[in-house]
Design a protein around this ligand. Structure first.
Ligand SMILES: [Fe+2]
Length: 246
């Protein structure tokens, strides 16, 4: 069995297209999606059309929930950029998404098994950058999930780890948002992967175990950069161009 794992597309239809092409080149038929599909200043409904054409088991991310749990007037910046662009059918699909899902040996969640808005493998360190969690804090967040492979997103940081008991936890990174600036609290939080590429993961069952490949896919981000600039989202434009924020 082989499958591709996507997360945190954030409305970047160009990155999603490049990733789906790469998945096709590998002859992989099964895809799962860990949420945060649309929010941001990019191509929300174009992303929705691509997702509708490629059926995949999808769980809801915190930014998907934020599109449907409050009126538009109460939405944050990332949702306010895209909410008017999304069709009723797309929003109905978002409402239908589960918080977690199980697929054979795999458990899917966006943040952790207990929360769609909690960083798992990495968290905000004292210098306001992401640092790896220690083993105890990582195991605590299993919340009783015993699946042999657990898939999570949310941090936009590709990681593949194993716990001493053998469980794997895989974060494929973000398809569409390689760096971001969080200005909701002081001091501001900067997250950057250091490359503009689209990220995803391939899982392959081999001899009773799983082989994990973290993919880094280059693509033409110019149309997305133009969309970000048109909405005045200069940090998004910089993130998409470089994967670094000044
Ligand atoms: Fe995200």
């Amino acid at each position: 069995m082989r499958l591709a794992v996507l997360s945190d597309i954030h409305g970047n239809s160009a990155a999603l297209e490049a990733v789906l092409d790469d998945i096709g080149r590998h002859g992989i038929a099964q895809v799962v999606n860990l949420g945060d599909c649309f929010s941001g200043p990019l191509d929300g409904e174009g992303t929705a059309r691509l997702l509708a054409d490629t059926p995949m088991l999808t769980v809801s991310g915190n930014h998907d929930r934020l599109l449907v749990d409050r009126p538009a007037s109460a939405m944050g910046l990332w949702e306010s950029w895209v909410i008017e662009d999304l069709s009723d059918a797309t929003l109905d699909w978002v409402r239908s998404l589960p918080l977690t899902a199980t697929l054979g040996e795999l458990f899917l969640c966006h943040g952790t098994p207990g929360s769609d808005d909690e960083n798992w493998l990495d968290h905000r360190g004292p210098d306001q950058r992401l640092v790896s969690r220690d083993l105890d804090a990582t195991e605590e967040r299993l919340n009783g999930v015993s699946a042999s492979v657990i898939l999570c997103g949310h941090t936009h940081t590709p990681r593949s780890i194993r716990l001493p008991g053998g469980q794997r936890i895989v974060n494929p990174g973000s398809v569409g948002c390689p760096a971001y600036l969080d200005t909701r609290m002081e001091p501001h939080f900067v997250h950057q992967t250091g490359a503009p590429d689209a990220r995803y993961a391939i899982l392959e069952s081999v001899a009773g175990d799983w082989m994990v490949t973290l993919r880094s896919v280059p693509y033409d981000a110019e149309p997305m950069i133009a969309m970000a600039e048109a909405k005045g989202a200069s940090s998004w434009a910089q993130a998409l161009r470089h994967g670094w924020l000044a």
